[in-house]
Design a protein around this ligand. Structure first.
Ligand SMILES: Cc1ncc(C[n+]2csc(CCOP(=O)(O)OP(=O)(O)O)c2C)c(N)n1
Ligand SMILES: [Mg+2]
Length: 918
C-alpha cells in the first residue's frame, strides 16, 4: 500500500482523534504520522496501526501481506463496526431479566457497515483495537458482543474528554468480558442476597398486606450497596451518605446500615412510644439512620441514610448539601473520603425535574460533592405506569448525557454483573470525581405496595414475574451450574439461608451496629429544643465597637494593587463615611452581622442567584479587579484567624439550591447557611423543600435546621411577579415553633436577627421578607450604637406619639412602615401610633399584649400593602387579642399586584389615606 506523507496540521490532528473517520487518504496520512512517531496518535489509532503492521509481518491479512485498497476499505468498515459497538452495543445488551428488550435499532448488523458473512473469516488489523490483533471478523464480533452486549450495557462514547472516554473504554474492554471473582467474593454476594431475600420474606409472612415497598425483584441492590462500601473503602472512602425513596428502604436499613430487625419491627408494630413532645413522627419508610460498619478489610465506614419525604427525588439536593457540609467541615474538602449515593426509581428519575437541577449542580464549585453514584432500581414501572408512558428518552438515565458522565445498565438478575458495574462506577468516581449512573434493570414482584394488584394494569408482565425465580435462586443456580461451588457447599448455604430465616422469625437478638458520633454530630448534641419563652425575649447579640471597627476595616479596603471599578470603590468609601458618622445602612447591617460572626470563629455560607453582588446591587460581598477580573472577598480578610465566608452565585434553580442549603444546614449547626431568592416569589419553585423539609422536618424527623431564607418582598409598582414573596404561605405553615418568620424594618434589627440564628443554643429555620427599595431608603438606617447596645426587637413601639392622645394604633410589618411613618411625620400626627411587628412568628404575645394594654382606649388596625386575601391579615387574626382588630389593605385579588405603576401608586395612597383618616 502506498502511503504518501502529508505534514500534520491542527485540522488534521483534530480529525484524527475520531476513529470513525473513514477517508483512506486521511488514514494514509495518519499512518505516516504513526511511522514518524507513534506518540503523536491516540491509543486507538496506535493500536490500529500496530495490528496493521502485525498483520503485514505475519502475513495473515486477506491479501497476504500486501494490503489492497479494497481490504483497506474493509479495515475501515471494521473500525466503524467497533466504534458502533462501543457507541450502541448497550442497546443489544441482555439487561432485561424478565422480557425481551425493545428494539431500539442499534444498527450493529454487518450489512450496515458494508461487511457481510463472507468476511467473517477474514483477518483484520483493526482487531487490535479490542485486543485481537489480526483477529478474524468472527472473533472480533464475538469479542465485541461479549464486552458490550451481555449483562452490562455501557454508555460512555458521548463523553467528550478523551482521557475519560479512554479510561472507560480500556477498563471496560479489559475487564467486562471476564470478571473472575474469588470464591470468597461470590459467597459474600450470595450472603448479601440471602439477607435481602430473608428480610422481605419475613415481612411478607409476618405483616401480610402491610405497606413496606418491598425490594423483591430488585434484591441485588443489597449486594450492590455492600460492594459500594467495600470497594469504596478500598479506594479511600470513609463515609457514605445515601438518599433514597420508599422502594427497598427498610431492606437497606436492615442489611446495609445494620438497623436491627427488632428496631424496625417495633416501628412496624407501632411499639415505638410516641414522644409527641418532640413532634409528630413519620411513617417507617421515611426515617433516616446513621451507623458505622466494618469492611472486610477492617476499615470503618460511617453510613448516613438521610430522612426523606414522599416527594420523589426531593431528597437529592438535600443529600448533596449534607455531603458538601461534611466534606467541607470534616474532610477538608477531600472528596475522596466521602461519597454521596442517590438511589432512584426509574419513573421518578426520568420524570422529576429536580434530578436535572441536581445534575447541573454537580460540577459547580459551590455545589460540587466529588461526584455522586446514582443507583437506579429500575423495575420498569412507576406505580401502574409502563416505562413507555414514563419518558421520551430511551433510558431513564438520559440526564447523564447532559453532564457527560457514563451510565452502566445492568441485568438485575446477574448478581456478579451488578457487583462489577458498581465497582466500575466507584473506581470511575474516585478517579475523576464526577457523577456516574448504574441502572439496574429488574422487576417488581408485587404491586406498587404489597396490597396492590399489579394485574389490573400489567396482566401479561405479572404473569411472567409470577413464574420468575428470585435473584438469590438465580445466582445460586448459576454458581452450581458453573461449578463455582459444589453440591455440599450449595447445600450448606441453603441450610444457612433457612436458619437465617428461622432466626429472624424467632426474633433472635441481633447486635445493634455501633455508631461513633463525629464532630458535627457532637455539635448537634449540644443543641436543645426551643420553647415559647425563647421567642418572647431574644438573647444578647450585641457586639463591641472594637469588633465592628475591625470588620469595617475589612469591608472598606482592598489589598494594595487591587483596583475595583470606580462605582465599587465608591461603595467602599460610602461604607467608611457612613460608619464614621455613626450610621449603617441595610447592606452594612448584613455584612457586619456576618463579619462579627466570622471573627467569633463561626462560618457563613450564602448561595442564590447573583448573591455575590446582590440582585439589587447592594451587597458587593465580592469585588473584582478592573484589569485582572480577580475576585476579592473582603469578609475573608478580616484577620488571620477567622471563620470562612463562602459565597457562591448559584445556578438558576430554586428547588435544588434551597434543598442543597437545607441539607448543608442539616449537617452543620454552626455554619450560618443562607439562601436568597432573586425575588421572593421565585421561592415557590422550591415549595416542596419549604413544605416537606423546612417547615416540617423537625416535627417529622427530629431534625432541627438553622437555614435562613432571604425573600425580597414589597409593593413597589414592579408588577405581579416581583412584589410578593407570599408571607401568608409561610405563616399558614407556622406552628409548634417550627420556624421564624420575620419582616424587619431596620438594618440593626436585621443585624441582630442574623446573629441570633447562631447565638441560640437551638436551631430554627428563619424566613425573612427582605427589602428592595428599603436598601437605599434614606430613613432605613440605624445607628452604630444599636449594634453595640441593643438586641433583636420582636415588636417596635411608636416613640413619637403622645400616649394620652392616641386614638388609633396601626399595626404593621415591613416596608409599609416607612410609608405610614412619612404621613405621620408630615402631618405630625400624635394621635396615630405606628407599631411594627418585626417577628411575625413566633409572635411575642406578651409584648403584643402589652401594646394592646398600653393603647387600651385606641382602635387597632392591621395595615398591609398586600391584598386582603394575602399577606398577614388572616394570620394576625390569631393574635387579635382585644377582638377588635380591623384591616386596611388592598382588596382581595387573584393576582398579587397590579401590572400598572399608576394603579399601584393610587392603591398605595388609598391605604395610607385610610390609615390616617379617623
Ligand atoms: C413527586 C411525587 N409525585 C408522585 C408521587 C406518588 N408516587 C409514589 S411512588 C410512585 C411511582 C414511583 O415509581 P418509580 O420511581 O419507578 O419507583 P418504584 O416505586 O417503581 O420503585 C408515585 C407516582 C410521589 N411520591 N412523589
Ligand atoms: Mg419503578
Amino acid at each position: 500500500m502506498l502511503l504518501t506523507f502529508a505534514p500534520p496540521n491542527a485540522d488534521l490532528m483534530d480529525k484524527f482523534s475520531y476513529l470513525s473517520n473513514a477517508d483512506p487518504v486521511v488514514i494514509d496520512q495518519y499512518y505516516q504520522l504513526y511511522r514518524e512517531n507513534p506518540d503523536q496518535l491516540d491509543t486507538g489509532w496506535r493500536k490500529f496501526f500496530e495490528g496493521f503492521e502485525f498483520a503485514q509481518i505475519h502475513g495473515g491479512s486477506a491479501s497476504g501481506g500486501d494490503v489492497s485498497n479494497e481490504h483497506m476499505q474493509k479495515e475501515i468498515h471494521v473500525v466503524h463496526l467497533i466504534h458502533a459497538y462501543r457507541s450502541r452495543g448497550h442497546l443489544l445488551s441482555t439487561t432485561n431479566p424478565i422480557r425481551p428488550r425493545k428494539d431500539r435499532q442499534p444498527g450493529l448488523e454487518l450489512r450496515f457497515h458494508e461487511l457481510s458473512d463472507a468476511d467473517l473469516d477474514t483477518r483484520f488489523a483493526s482487531g487490535s483495537l479490542i485486543g485481537l490483533p489480526n483477529g478474524t471478523l468472527r472473533e472480533i464480533v464475538d469479542r465485541l458482543k461479549s464486552i458490550y452486549c451481555r449483562s452490562i450495557g455501557i454508555e460512555y462514547m458521548h463523553i467528550r474528554n478523551t482521557e475519560i472516554r479512554d479510561w472507560c473504554k480500556s477498563k471496560f474492554e479489559k475487564e467486562a468480558h471476564h470478571y473472575d471473582f474469588t470464591v470468597e467474593k461470590k459467597k459474600r454476594i450470595l450472603n448479601k442476597l440471602n439477607e435481602a431475600v430473608a428480610f422481605e420474606s419475613f415481612l411478607h409472612k409476618k405483616y401480610v398486606g402491610q405497606k413496606r415497598f418491598s425490594l423483591e425483584g430488585g434484591e441485588n441492590t443489597i449486594p450492590a450497596l455492600d460492594a459500594v462500601i467495600q470497594k469504596g473503602a478500598e479506594l479511600g472512602i470513609d463515609s457514605v451518605a445515601i438518599g433514597m425513596a420508599h422502594r427497598g428502604r427498610l431492606n437497606v436499613l436492615a442489611n446495609i446500615l445494620g438497623k436491627t430487625y427488632e428496631y424496625i419491627f417495633n416501628e412496624f408494630e407501632g411499639n415505638v412510644n410516641p414522644d409527641l413532645s418532640f413532634g409528630d413522627g413519620d411513617v417507617k419508610y421515611h426515617l433516616g439512620f446513621s451507623s458505622q460498619v466494618d469492611t472486610l478489610a477492617g476499615k470503618k465506614v460511617a453510613l448516613d441514610l438521610v430522612p426523606n419525604p414522599s416527594h420523589l427525588e426531593a431528597v437529592d439536593p438535600v443529600l448533596e448539601g449534607f455531603v458538601r457540609a461534611k466534606a467541607d467541615l470534616l474532610y477538608n474538602k477531600d472528596y475522596n473520603r466521602i461519597l454521596p449515593v442517590l438511589i432512584h426509581g426509574d419513573a421518578a428519575l426520568a420524570g422529576q425535574g429536580v434530578v436535572t437541577e441536581v445534575a447541573q449542580m454537580s460540577q459547580l464549585k459551590g455545589f460540587h460533592t466529588g461526584g455522586s453514584l446514582h443507583f437506579v432500581i429500575n423495575n420498569q414501572i412507576g406505580f401502574t405506569t409502563d416505562f413507555d408512558d414514563a419518558r421520551s428518552s430511551d433510558y431513564c438515565t438520559a440526564v447523564a448525557k447532559a453532564i457527560d458522565v457514563p451510565v452502566l445498565h445492568v441485568n438485575g438478575d446477574d448478581a456478579e454483573a451488578v457487583t462489577f458495574a458498581v465497582e466500575f462506577a466507584i473506581a470511575f468516581r474516585q478517579q475523576f470525581h464526577l457523577d456516574v449512573f448504574v441502572d439496574m434493570l429488574c422487576y417488581r414482584r408485587h404491586g406498587h405496595n404489597e396490597s396492590d394488584e399489579p394485574k389490573f394494569t400489567q396482566p401479561q408482565l405479572y404473569g411472567l414475574i409470577e413464574k420468575h425465580p428470585n435473584p438469590r435462586e438465580v445466582y445460586q443456580k448459576m454458581l452450581i451450574a458453573r461449578g463455582d461451588i459444589d453440591e455440599k457447599l450449595a447445600h450448606q448455604m441453603e441450610e444457612d439461608f433457612k436458619n437465617l430465616l428461622q432466626d429472624r422469625l424467632n426474633l433472635v437478638k441481633q447486635n445493634a451496629v455501633p455508631y461513633k458520633p463525629h464532630a458535627l454530630d457532637k455539635e448537634w448534641e449540644n443543641m436543645r429544643k426551643a420553647n415559647y419563652e425563647d421567642f418572647e425575649q431574644s438573647p444578647e447579640t450585641k457586639v463591641t465597637k472594637k469588633a465592628l471597627d475591625e470588620v469595617i476595616q475589612a469591608l472598606t479596603t482592598v489589598p494594595e494593587g487591587f483596583k475595583p471599578i470606580k462605582k465599587v470603590q465608591k461603595v467602599l468609601e460610602e461604607r467608611a463615611e457612613l460608619f464614621a458618622s455613626g450610621t449603617i445602612n441595610w447592606s452594612m447591617g448584613e455584612l457586619l452581622a456576618y463579619g462579627t460572626m466570622l471573627t467569633e470563629g463561626r462560618k457563613v455560607r450564602i448561595t442564590g442567584q447573583d448573591v455575590m453582588r446582590g440582585t439589587f446591587s447592594h451587597r458587593h460581598a465580592a469585588v473584582r479587579d478592573e484589569n485582572t477580573n480577580e475576585v476579592y472577598i473582603n469578609l475573608n480578610n478580616i484577620r488571620e484567624k477567622q471563620g470562612r465566608f463562602s459565597i457562591y452565585n448559584s445556578l438558576l434553580s430554586e428547588y435544588a439550591v434551597l434543598g442543597f442549603e437545607y441539607g448543608y444546614s442539616m449537617a452543620s449547626p454552626n455554619v450560618l447557611t443562607i439562601w436568597e431568592a432573586q425575588f421572593g416569589d421565585f421561592a415557590n419553585g422550591a415549595q416542596t423543600i419549604i413544605d416537606q423539609f423546612i417547615s416540617s422536618g423537625e416535627s417529622k424527623w427530629r431534625k432541627s435546621n438553622g437555614i435562613v431564607m432571604l425573600l425580597p418582598h414589597g409593593y413597589e409598582g414592579q408588577g405581579p411577579e416581583h412584589s410578593n414573596a407570599r408571607p401568608e404561605r409561610f405563616l399558614q405553615l407556622a406552628a409548634e415553633l417550627n420556624m421564624v418568620v420575620a419582616n424587619v424594618t431596620t438594618p440593626a434589627n436585621f443585624f441582630h436577627l442574623l446573629r441570633r440564628q447562631q447565638c441560640w443554643d437551638f436551631r430554627k429555620p428563619l424566613i425573612v421578607m427582605s427589602p428592595k427599595a428599603l436598601l437605599r431608603h434614606p430613613q432605613c438606617i440605624s445607628s452604630v450604637s444599636e449594634l453595640t447596645d441593643s438586641k433583636f426587637l420582636e415588636i417596635i413601639d411608636d416613640s413619637f406619639v403622645d400616649l394620652k392622645k392616641v386614638k388609633r394604633v396601626l399595626l404593621c410589618t415591613g416596608k409599609i412602615y416607612y410609608d405610614l411613618l412619612a404621613r405621620q411625620q408630615q402631618e405630625k400626627r400624635k394621635d396615630v401610633a405606628v407599631v411594627r411587628i418585626e417577628q411575625l412568628y413566633p409572635m411575642a404575645e406578651g409584648q403584643l399584649q402589652a401594646i394592646y394594654d398600653k393603647y387600651a382606649k385606641a382602635e387597632f388596625y392591621w395595615v398591609q400593602e398586600e391584598p386582603k386575601n394575602m399577606g398577614y391579615w388572616t394570620y394576625m387574626l390569631r393574635y387579635d387579642l382585644n377582638h377588635h382588630l380591623e384591616l386596611i389593605s388592598r382588596k382581595s385579588s387573584a393576582s398579587p399586584a397590579t401590572g400598572y405603576a399608576k394603579v399601584h401608586e393610587r392603591e398605595q395612597q388609598d391605604i395610607i389615606n385610610k390609615a390616617f383618616t379617623l
